[in-house]
Design a protein around this ligand. Structure first.
Ligand code: MN3
Length: 197
């Protein structure tokens, strides 16, 4: 098996009460795991069997005959990136060089937060909102379904999963409350700063 399910970077109950153990049990143990299983079935005995995840994603992106490969591979990558975008007792305003870069590129942290909330709220249906680096500048983007920054010439810095399975157990249909909770209590700014390099 070329691709494996990475362990969560914290205990399943570590994000409670914001994101419950039940949500992480299903989201990581069932949803994320299913993408890994599906991808391994698709690449079995092919030339992608021993390729790393980013190579798989980039090699099948834009090929309609490989949509299943792309969707499952990208979702494996997206979820691992999302787990790391959160930590217990996270959230709030970042500090240091990352805060300076956010202030330089957005004007203020509050403006970044407003743009991130809008992108995550207005992504119609399933998808993701992102903080990305493009051409040396930070910007907020959103993508549908499994789509992701690396195939659009952007470097991912931070993400939030806005598929309903990410928040329905804990927030029901209140996606804006989930997004606000993510920003106020969960964001792992250390991870974002490391991605900024
Ligand atoms: Mn998900």
């Amino acid at each position: 098996m070329a691709v494996t399910l990475p362990a969560l970077p914290y205990a399943k109950n570590a994000l409670a009460p914001h994101i419950s153990e039940e949500t992480l049990d299903f989201h990581h143990g069932k949803h994320h795991n299913a993408y890994v299983t599906n991808l391994n079935n698709l690449i079995k005995d092919s030339d992608l069997d021993s390729a790393d995840l980013e190579t798989i994603i980039k090699s099948v992106a834009g090929d309609p005959s490989k949509a299943g490969h792309f969707n499952n591979a990208a979702q494996v990558w997206n979820h691992t990136f999302y787990w790391n975008s959160m930590k217990p007792n996270g959230g709030g305003k970042p500090a240091g060089d990352l805060l300076k870069k956010i202030e330089a590129d957005f004007g203020s942290y509050e403006e970044f937060a407003a743009q991130f909330k809008t992108a995550a709220t207005t992504q119609f249906g399933s998808g993701w909102a992102w903080l990305v680096l493009e051409g040396g500048k930070l910007k907020v983007t959103k993508t549908g379904n499994a789509d992701l920054p690396m195939v659009h010439g952007q470097k991912a810095i931070l993400t939030i999963d806005v598929w309903e399975h990410a928040y329905y157990v804990d927030f029901r249909n209140r996606r804006p409350d989930y997004i606000a909770t993510f920003l106020d209590h969960l964001v792992n700014w250390d991870f974002a700063a490391a991605n900024l390099g």
